[in-house]
Design a protein around this ligand. Structure first.
Ligand SMILES: CC(C)(COP(=O)(O)OP(=O)(O)OC[C@H]1O[C@@H](n2cnc3c(N)ncnc32)[C@H](O)[C@@H]1OP(=O)(O)O)[C@@H](O)C(=O)NCCC(=O)NCCS
Length: 288
């Protein structure tokens, strides 16, 4: 396949069936080649995820075609001031021939046109190709991450009250994110509140942290580790492969281990453009 024969175009919802299978195959191959469990456990999950993203007005998604055949796709989450990239996946038979770079260029061009303050992504730390590709595109490594999985902790802490989030909590949650990260993720959080996956923690009658979901697909922000621990301990489980814990947060890391959770795989948070060192506790999602 010559690089020049590749066409990049905007994704349509009906492309999700083929691209979802590619998404499954690509993640299955890289993870099983390294003896890690696949992040997308079955093709239907890939199709479901991309059907949602290709149809959602808050995402800009592109596909790559070669000789009329789809060989990969990529998405940009445009719901908030910082854009998130992924999942980018290329058919394993078409990898390492420049298609991934073209799909990255397409979403980064879009992010520049739309003046996002920054762009972020999370990559599998054992994937030599992806970290090299993203680094040459200008992304910097920001945070080593460990995916944690295990049984729900189901514990409550005196003085910390965790409950399901409501749309009326958005402003307070955005304020926590602003204090910790310097930017808010209200667009993403509003979707999660509508889906019923978001929770908040209250301490002293005010919101001191929230999670869009305690899951691979969700992010969490809190003023302190105890606030975040209260949210994690109240969760019914850790959706998908697990929650993403910043490995440098040794206190939280040790707390997860002490509560029986196990490390599944290492990942890396990378950023391009605006990045403030967080002034609090957080869990990134698989997007950022
Ligand atoms: C990661 C992925 C999207 C990249 O797409 P691709 O089409 O295979 O990649 P490309 O050929 O466009 O680019 C790969 C680049 O990495 C370089 N590269 C590959 N292996 C490398 C290594 N071990 N060290 C340094 N550079 C390496 C290549 O030379 C190329 O750089 P170049 O464009 O400067 O020549 C694709 O391989 C994939 O789908 N992987 C599995 C799923 C996945 O991990 N997705 C990413 C989720 S974060």
């Amino acid at each position: 396949m010559a690089e020049s024969s590749v066409i990049i175009r905007r994704a349509k919802p009906e492309d999700a069936a083929v691209c979802g299978h590619i998404c499954y195959e690509a993640f299955h191959k890289i993870n099983t080649d390294h003896n890690f469990p696949p992040d997308v456990p079955e093709p239907a999950r890939g199709v479901g995820l991309l059907t949602m993203m290709f149809s959602h007005p808050g995402f800009y998604c592109v596909v790559a075609e070669s000789d009329g055949r789809m060989v990969g796709s990529n998405c940009l989450d445009e719901r908030d001031a910082i854009a998130g990239v992924g999942p980018i996946t290329i058919d394993p038979h078409a990898q390492n021939r420049g298609v991934g770079r073209k799909l990255m260029d397409a979403v980064l061009d879009r992010a520049r046109e739309r003046n996002f303050a920054g762009v972020r992504l999370v990559q599998a730390a054992f994937h030599n190709r992806s970290i090299s590709l993203y680094t040459t595109l200008g992304f910097d490594v920001r945070e080593p991450l460990s995916v944690f999985q295990g049984r729900a902790i189901k514990k409550s802490y005196d003085g910390f009250s965790v409950r399901v989030a409501e749309l009326s909590d958005l402003e307070a949650c955005n304020a926590v994110a602003m204090r910790v990260h310097g930017h808010a993720r209200g667009g993403e959080l509003a979707d999660a509140i509508r889906q019923g996956t978001a929770t908040v923690v209250e301490r002293g009658c005010r919101i001191t942290g929230y999670a869009s979901a305690v899951a691979f697909s969700g992010h969490a922000v809190a003023e302190t580790n105890p606030d975040l621990q209260a949210i994690i301990a109240a969760a019914d489980g850790f959706g998908g492969p697990g929650m993403l814990v910043p490995s440098r947060n040794s206190e939280l890391f040790r707390w997860c281990l002490a509560h029986g959770l196990r490390v599944v795989e290492p990942m890396t948070l990378m950023s391009l453009g605006l990045y403030n060192e967080p002034k609090g506790a957080f869990l990134p999602s698989i997007l950022y």
